[in-house]
Design a protein around this ligand. Structure first.
Ligand code: APR
Length: 310
């Protein structure tokens, strides 16, 4: 492995995992280890990416494996191993099978990389992140879930579609559980500096909400097999960049709450400052009463699902 780069292990060499590896390499963020129970899949995709390196000339390297020994001393471990949704399924329908997978992944990964930061993507990711916090015995700030960044990307897309504004001119955030209970912060969103609520009609706002909450399901329905992976992988890589480069930037991340927003002892997507140690700080934004209540409901639904897998 090339020593100049940090080491990121991606568990699960499927659509999300392999696309994450591709982006990490193209952005020259890290050397990558792709690991999968289907070892040939991991090794084959890694070999394909190494062939691609000859054209693209990126610096970092990638290897594929079925053994956690090769993942030793990773700086970040991304967990995408699991089963994706099929049309008509909610993320919550995956909880039984995917919690077993995440348990077995943790056993192997923690032994090999006890000092890593862990990023959970496997759905339902809020439940998986909470499960990992309860199993891993690590400081909760080092176990983070990716969901809010993706939901925020879909919210931004929907606002852009309605207003015609470019994503870079839109400030928006989605917090709460990564599922039907997510909370798009409409009261705080702005378009070219103006409040979203001043620039869209109630009907347009309803469409934006629906397109945000159902964005993932819409992709699942169109694909027929599997779920979204380009925007999820890009969301993962945004978070990894913040962790590896210690950017101290704000990302809606599934992070452990300790009284913030009046909620404790559960990890939920909230505005979090990410840096080299993981979650540095959770920012308490001034939510509307309605948004606060929705966030509370998100916390309760996550806790209830967690009871089923503990
Ligand atoms: N260890 C390692 N890899 C595993 C394990 C395990 N115990 N169990 C399954 N996998 C691998 C599969 O072999 C497969 O290659 O996880 C990979 C999952 O890839 P895909 O089926 O393509 O699923 P993907 O679209 O990448 O989604 C993965 O992310 O967005 C979430 O809901 C999605 O939970 C799902 C996860």
């Amino acid at each position: 492995m090339t020593g100049a780069y940090p080491k990121v292990t991606v568990v699960g060499a499927g659509n999300v995992g392999a696309t994450t590896a591709l982006l990490l390499l193209m952005k020259e963020l890290a050397n990558v280890v792709l690991i999968d129970v289907a070892e040939g899949l991991a090794r084959g995709k890694a070999l394909d990416l190494m062939h691609m390196r000859s054209n693209e000339r990126f610096g970092p390297v990638v290897c594929g494996t079925g053994s956690y020994e090769d993942t030793a001393d990773s700086d970040v471990v991304v967990v995408t191993a699991g089963v994706p949704r099929k049309p008509g399924m909610t993320r919550e329908d995956l909880v039984g099978i995917n919690s077993g997978i995440v348990r077995s992944v943790l056993e192997g990964a923690l032994d090999a990389s006890p000092d890593a930061l862990y990023l959970f993507v496997t759905n339902p990711l809020d439940v998986m992140t909470n499960l990992a916090v309860s199993l891993a015995g690590l400081p909760p700030g080092r176990l983070i879930g990716m969901g809010g960044v993706l939901d925020t990307a879909r919210f931004t897309y929907a606002i852009s579609e309605v207003t015609g504004a470019r994503p870079r001119d839109i400030e928006a955030l989605v917090i709460g559980a990564h599922g039907e209970a997510m909370v798009p912060l409409v009261s705080l969103a702005t378009v070219a500096g103006r409040p979203l609520l001043d620039v869209v009609s109630p009907e347009e706002l309803a469409w934006i909400r629906e397109a945000t909450v159902q964005g993932g399901a819409a992709v699942v329905k169109l694909l027929e097999t599997g779920s979204a992976f380009y925007a999820p992988a890009s969301s993962i890589v945004q978070m990894i960049e913040a962790l590896l480069h210690d950017t101290a930037t704000l990302h809606s991340s599934c992070a452990r709450l300790n009284g913030e927003y009046g909620i404790r002892d559960v990890s939920l997507c909230v505005p979090a400052v990410l840096g080299s140690g993981g979650v540095r700080e959770i920012i308490e934004l001034p939510l509307s009463q309605d948004e606060r209540e929705q966030l509370q409901r998100s916390a309760e639904s996550t806790k209830a699902q967690l009871e089923r897998v503990r």
